[in-house]
Design a protein around this ligand. Sequence first.
Ligand SMILES: NC(=O)c1ccc[n+]([C@@H]2O[C@H](COP(=O)([O-])OP(=O)(O)OC[C@H]3O[C@@H](n4cnc5c(N)ncnc54)[C@H](OP(=O)(O)O)[C@@H]3O)[C@@H](O)[C@H]2O)c1
Length: 210
Amino acid sequence: MRIGLLGAGRMAEALGTRFAETGHQIFVGARDGDKSSRFAQKIGESVAAGSLREAAEFGDILLLAVKRNAIADALRSSGADDGLLVGKVLIDCNNLGPDPEGTASIAEEISLLSKGARVVKAFNCCHFEVWKLSPPVFDGRPLSVPICGDDANAKAAVRELVASLGCRALDLGPLNKARHIEYLAAIVIGLLFSGFAPRTVFNLITETEF
Ligand SMILES: NC(=O)c1ccc[n+]([C@@H]2O[C@H](COP(=O)([O-])OP(=O)(O)OC[C@H]3O[C@@H](n4cnc5c(N)ncnc54)[C@H](OP(=O)(O)O)[C@@H]3O)[C@@H](O)[C@H]2O)c1
């Protein structure tokens, strides 16, 4: 898959490294060109780097991983207002923090800000240290990754991406389920803040394994 990373922080590094290791083509986009080049060298040999806009142009799938308060700015820099994100699968891994308020989700906000993009919530329920595991398996079980979104094909692509990391996607339904996934992440963040180890996860156990 051709994946554009929008952001060059800890989540982009952990997931981008694993995406590169599992054979995906990666382009890192950051607001600072030098930083994105250094970052690209760190995460894989054939990883390309440039601006946020170039990363958005490159990727069929985009991972938006920036500070919560930088989302609107980063989407603008990625060409959202110029229609560059139309048809792109836009993965939102961003979180509200340990004490979210209200019912609007970040994912739905992103969908409004990036008209025509096919937003899928995913990868937000674990600390970035979990995404460095190869593969993320707990007690012999692949990690469950809750996802949601309104576009069936976009979710199929994200399910495939999740599977390529050795995890198991749990499709929770349309994008308006994102608030539940963000609140689940808030519980995890609260546990981490109270002293739990970074690789603390909720994982699904079913009576009959899938
Ligand atoms: N950390 C975790 O364990 C974790 C887990 C799950 C979800 N998340 C979510 O993932 C997102 C990223 O978290 P992180 O820990 O990776 O953050 P981080 O390490 O602090 O990196 C944030 C990134 O945002 C970029 N950025 C800031 N302002 C920007 C702007 N105006 N335009 C473009 N890029 C901008 C930064 O670029 P510069 O380097 O140029 O400043 C940096 O690349 C957050 O929403 C967080 O809630 C984090």
